[in-house]
Design a protein around this ligand. Structure first.
Ligand code: OAD
Ligand code: ZN
Length: 247
């Protein structure tokens, strides 16, 4: 069974890496991007250039972010997050690379030095010009006070944006470097809950495989990299990790 196959992999891991996507957080009530009902099936993404150029797009981006707050703000880690935090505490995993922006790996007890957030974090905001950090509550208060005008930075008047990376925005250099080092030096690479279609993130499973790692993909649906993988498990993440760890 897939639980037995996953259990065998987990028990052999020594210096492994988990790479996660939105599928690990769906059981926490946070929609993914590309499944039916996913965020990009409802709205086209607002890219970085549009956000910078257009006050209307900035306001729309913040409206969408606040609409997600009931789901994001109250979410607790799920079974997948908890399983990975446990494997990290046991020393089986050396790090987690995530594309997620929900902060749930941190909430499951993963320390910052073991976590790489490739696409940033949407639980706070930063000024695009000076980098100053602003909390979501402050942004919301400004937004409402200004009749749905996206706030500018009080320090430099630059645009304030969620700290999540948008399409067209430069990738965070330090996160990319850390993800590369982890991927190039692991024995097992677990790709969990990602459609693996967004680059450069999708390059890390490929890099790990080329460097000699065993590549395992755990995802409800097939991905473009299934042929490259040593083991593909098409199952619910929470179910299969729970069953594997119970063995
Ligand atoms: P996607 O929505 O593209 O893929 C999520 C995958 O998880 C899908 O293939 C689902 O079938 C699967 N899935 C969902 N729930 C699951 C469950 N409970 N068990 C097993 N599989 C499940 O999300 P990502 O691959 O994370 O980037 O998307 C990558 C990037 O695209 C995101 O980081 C985001 C988005 O644009 C930016 O916004 C920059
Ligand atoms: Zn600023």
């Amino acid at each position: 069974t897939s639980a037995a196959a996953l259990a065998a992999v987990l028990s052999g891991m020594r210096a492994s890496v988990a790479f996660t996507g939105a599928g690990i957080s769906t059981e926490c009530g946070i929609p993914d991007f590309r499944s039916p009902g996913g965020l990009w099936t409802r709205n086209r993404p607002i890219d970085y250039q549009s956000f910078r150029a257009s006050p209307e797009m900035r306001a729309e981006a913040w409206r969408r972010r606040f609409a997600l707050e009931p789901a994001l703000g109250g979410a607790r880690p799920g079974r997948g997050h908890r399983a990975l935090a446990g494997l990290l505490a046991q020393g089986r995993l050396q790090g987690i690379i995530t594309q997620n922006i929900d902060g749930l790996h941190q909430a499951s007890g993963v320390p910052d030095e073991r976590l790489v957030e490739l696409h940033g974090n949407s639980t706070y905001a930063t000024c695009l010009d000076c980098g100053a950090r602003y909390e979501l509550g402050w942004v919301r208060a400004q937004f409402e006070e200004g009749q749905e005008r996206a706030p500018d930075c009080p320090a430099c008047a630059g645009p304030v944006k969620s700290a999540a990376i948008s399409f067209g925005q430069p990738m965070p250099a330090e996160a990319m470097a850390r993800a590369g080092a982890l991927s190039g030096g692991c024995d097992v690479f677990l790709a969990i809950g990602s459609s693996l279609v967004v680059w450069p993130a999708a390059g890390f499973p490929v890099q790990a495989k080329r460097a000699g790692a065993t590549l395992v993909i755990v995802n409800r649906e097939s991905t473009e990299f299934d042929d490259l993988a040593d083991l593909v498990i098409n199952a619910d993440i929470g179910d299969v990790f729970e069953a594997a760890l119970a063995r």
